[in-house]
Design a protein around this ligand. Sequence first.
Ligand SMILES: [Zn+2]
Length: 667
Amino acid sequence: MELEKFEEFFRQFYEQDLLAAASKGKKSISVDFSLLDKFDFKLADKLLNDPENVLQTAREAISNMDLPGGELEIEPRFKNLPERFNIRIRNLRSEHIGKFVSLDGVVRRASEVKPEVKIAIYQCPECGNKMEIEQKERFLTPPIRCDNPECGRKGGFVLMDRKLFDSRWVFIEEPFEIVTGERPGEVSIYIKGDLTDPEMQRKMDPGNRLKINGVVKEIKRIRRGKMRTQMDIYVEANYVEPTEIEWEEVVITPEDEEKIKELAKDPEVYNKLVASIAPSIYGMDKIKEAIALQLFGGVPHNLPDKTKIRGDVHVLLIGDPSTGKSQLLKLISSIIPRGKYVAGKGATAAGLTATVVKDEEFGGGWMLEAGAMVLANKGILAVDEFDKMSKDDQIAMHEGLEQQTVSVAKASIIATLPAQVSVLAGCNPKFFRFDPYRPIAEQLDIPDTLLARFDLKFALKDIPDKKMDEKLATHILETRLKPSRVEPLISPEFLRKYIAYARKNCKPKMLREAAERLKNFYIDMRSLYSGEETVAITLRQNEALMRLAEAAAKIRLSDKVEISDAERAISIMRFSIQELGYDYETGKIDIDRTEGVSASQRSKIHTILDIIDMLEKKIGKPVPKEEIVAAAEDQGIKAGTAEELLRRLKAEGSIFEPKLNYIERIR
Ligand SMILES: [Zn+2]
């Protein structure tokens, strides 16, 4: 009955497809479920509720059609399942076992493709009967008894032949936009047949986003011959479709477009954007401007020699604890599609880039696991505690940030995964807190080569400043009293649409004047800093300037990068360089101006700190205050001045007083 129905269905709607598949040696066709539903809703319903058996019937129906190509089996793969069968990964339950479901997810890990026994042919030693046994378990399973009714022997069957097919396991996790702060749900997917062909294999490598229709099954776990009562479930894929959700998929109505164009013409657009980025965090306007440029991004370029220049802007925030850095990182990653926030080592074994792990669960081969950078492909990745990443990641990060790919070559796995990401990283100074008396460039625990890949670097210093503290406290108080005050000028939804629209429609070209302006600034900067060893002004900064200027033009939705855009890029770049303790005007380290301490005072502070260091080594921590003052007097610093400087160092958090009149340094 069902068999005839299917034959009729395939004849009516898929004869051409099946003939084409058979003549090309293709092993599957995709079948539109909604067509089957219209053709016979009862049959369609049965497929959803008893897929294992109904799929088998559908296969038989196809083989009954006597297609050219003889033995070839063609698998029907069903797309467009009804919406209600789309299940969130974390909601998969025992009630779904044996049912057809549809899942959305991002591939986190994938095993190698391996041949597997599909059908084993056993012979009965008693009567010579041959039995084809389909293999559904992880170990070869012989028949229980001979199916020759006149024989009926139990056990002792001889394995005569096997039919093989290729299979693979992938693990998908819930996509970012539905996961808010929770750990994403994960499920194993079993893939076989032509879904493991090289082209499909690439599409299912880690980092790819997929829609998977398949049958929910249970993994029977056998331990010491006994089956455990607790079961794991997995999904055997029937249909797989790559589904990249990108900026392009943000829905923009004609009314939105009007509003976007209007805002882009507003001379206040940059200020409005800055005011709308993380409004709950006070100040940091230059940093927020940089992040605004990062969100829009520059234009990727392909040079004639096939060199690719990225359009993505990378920003590094180096900050004292409690400067709101982490809060900012979290907020930014939530603004855009495919935004991801990770802290420290990336919160997984795969770290930030990718790794190859031993496959403990299935088959015992190797598995490729994607890290945060790959999973955030085509989005933005906020990495907190960037300085804490593993050495492997640190090396791989060079490639990730510049080439925007992550290559892995370990064990039997060689792969290059996509990582087109803008990175917004946050890290702490080397000694936990900034030492306000040393150049910031000396206080970073990140290799220069990696540092150079960030277009912009900013320092967030937690230095007591009465005026600033007052403003900040007022801001916090006001946000509590009147939450509407922190409502952004531009809503997050509209901001997302604006960015998506600009990214899609705007590829501004650099005007000659703007390019000249950038070039002159770059050359000036090069000559100014040529003497300094720690600041390397290289071609990378020149590229960064161009990217930033392009991003500035994109915010205006302009198709030309004008002088004003170049000026904006220069002003941010100059601020970023000065942040690191260099003065653009003199090319010298200028702590006096950035910290508000005179040079003679600074040298006295250094003397005091050196004395504390020396005494800590000599007599141990903490050091009696009177010893410090006495040693300072020996070096020509008056007792009153020494005490004043100690008070100041304490206020700035460079030292503390663990007990009365005893001093210890904070590192
Ligand atoms: Zn027999």
